[in-house]
Design a protein around this ligand. Structure first.
Ligand SMILES: Cc1cc2nc3c(=O)[nH]c(=O)nc-3n(C[C@H](O)[C@H](O)[C@H](O)COP(=O)(O)OP(=O)(O)OC[C@H]3O[C@@H](n4cnc5c(N)ncnc54)[C@H](O)[C@@H]3O)c2cc1C
Length: 432
């Protein structure tokens, strides 16, 4: 049997500045890169033309080509990771397995199972920090507890960051890759998916956008945000390089990267938020959950132009501007009194940049149920939000061509009435 060490790619789909890969190559010879299309995750996706799967497949193809230039390859499998590792144990003599840490509940359980299996075979799973600057547990308050509020968390984050700036992991010891002819890559069809017609934003961080981010980020008609979400999600860019760039160019942008880690930390310490309100009293809210209203929201037919434009942008591109995400989430939970979990699930299906921690955090923020959330009595007025952030109707006209015709629906609910109903409903649920 061939003696190898394995580097297991997950949400770190790049060769450069990849912490776990760097360590594997530094400490071993004959490193075999591995990627597993995880059946447990893929089976839950109803849309078989999911753009994210297509994107991952594409990235693995690129890694495959780059490794071929180095005389190596990537082993790509499809199935349950634990079962795949059992098979690999019969095919190879494995000295060690390297990977980067993933903090989501499913990933944590999966890694525990794989660790147990490997340990039984006297093999270690070495895990490294790669997808964050500071991982859950690194930023704690004076009593050693996690922060429930963002501002003090961000202050400690920034002071730690500035006192020891992250460095790129290099040089990569490519000579330690297993030398092999190209291994076979399964096609999208072989993993039960097809190509998507949604296009993926570029992974090149636009310095001009980042430099002006604080002035442009709130206006959905402008190209004023970086659109790097999907690349951060799947690790096709390095968070270390991006955070260093942000710290030179724009403090507001860096602050958003801290929100990302804040929500990852909240999820890691409170895995129950996946299906419960962070503040348990908010699970007493009697959501109205009217199916036909939910359908109108999903389709962008509520009669509130900024809400509808956002939902249509999401449905056709897999992206929605952050300001508009806040408006549509507030509208669903407060104006329509529909459970935030419904909206969260819909976003999870559609967003290219879907990230459990940020999506859950964003929804619970908007619904008022989360940590450091928008207070329940603050209800966004969609019309004044539109006047402030899309005053020339540019964004709205782009997504709702029939806006000025009688084909466009009347408002699904009166704003003043819905606002009061939301406040009364929340108040009485919380006072029980
Ligand atoms: C209801 C709701 C749901 C959301 N769901 C997600 C999600 O599934 N995945 C996701 O990455 N973000 C989510 N966000 C946060 C934010 O809207 C997106 O990160 C952002 O719009 C992505 O666009 P961008 O890449 O151009 O970001 P930019 O504005 O250019 O920001 C750069 C990066 O910073 C991070 N970031 C920015 N804002 C936030 C934030 N508020 N919270 C956490 N991270 C942030 C993201 O990684 C983002 O890519 C959600 C927000 C709300 C209100």
């Amino acid at each position: 049997m061939k003696k190898v060490s394995i580097f297991w790619f997950r949400r770190d789909l790049r060769l450069e500045d990849n912490h776990g890969l760097y360590q594997a190559l530094k400490e071993n010879e004959n490193v075999l890169p591995l990627f597993i299309f995880d059946k447990n995750i893929l089976d839950k996706l109803d849309n078989k033309a999911d753009a994210r799967v297509d994107f991952i497949h594409d990235q693995i193809g690129k890694i495959h080509q780059e490794l071929a230039k180095k005389g190596s390859s990537i082993l790509v499998k499809y199935g349950d990771p634990e079962v795949i590792f059992k098979e690999l144990l019969n095919e190879y003599s494995i000295t060690a397995v390297y990977t980067n840490r993933d903090y989501e509940p499913y990933a944590t359980t999966r890694d525990e199972k794989v660790t147990r299996l490997l340990n039984k075979n006297h093999i270690q799973l070495h895990r490294y920090k790669d997808q964050v600057i500071f991982e859950p547990g690194e930023i704690l308050n004076g009593s050693g507890e996690f922060y429930k509020v963002f501002t003090p968390f961000s202050k400690v984050w920034l002071s730690k960051f500035h006192s020891a700036k992250p460095e790129e992991f290099k040089p990569m010891h490519w000579k330690n890759l297993l030398q092999t002819s190209a291994l076979e890559l399964p096609s999208l069809q072989e993993i039960s998916f097809t190509k998507s017609d949604i296009s993926i934003p570029s992974k090149t961080a636009d310095e001009d956008i980042i430099a002006h981010y604080n002035q442009t980020r709130d206006f959905p008609a402008k190209k004023g945000t970086s659109r790097l979400g999907i690349h951060l999600r799947f690790g096709t860019i390095s968070i270390r390089k991006l955070a260093l760039k942000a710290s030179e160019l724009n403090a507001t942008y860096l602050n958003e990267l801290i929100w990302r880690e804040f929500y990852m930390m909240i999820l890691a310490y409170n895995p129950q938020v996946v299906d419960q309100a962070f503040k348990p009293a908010y699970d007493r809210i009697p959501w109205r959950n009217k199916e036909e209203e939910f359908a109108a929201w999903c389709e962008g037919k509520t009669g509130y132009p900024i809400v509808d434009a956002g939902m249509r942008e999401l449905n056709s591109t897999g992206y929605m501007h952050n300001r508009v995400r806040m408006i549509v989430a507030s509208f669903l939970t407060k104006h329509l009194l529909i459970d935030w979990r419904w909206g969260e699930t819909y976003f999870a299906e559609k967003l290219l940049d879907y990230e459990l921690a940020s999506n859950n955090g964003g929804w619970q923020w908007a619904a008022g149920t989360g940590t450091d959330a928008q207070p329940y009595f603050r209800v966004f007025n969609p019309t004044s939000q539109q006047e402030k952030f899309d005053k020339n109707w540019k964004y709205i006209k782009k997504w709702i061509p029939e806006i000025n015709s009688d084909k466009y629906p009347k408002p699904i609910v009166d704003h003043k009435f819905a606002r009061q109903r939301a406040i009364d409903t929340y108040k009485s649920a919380l006072n029980q």
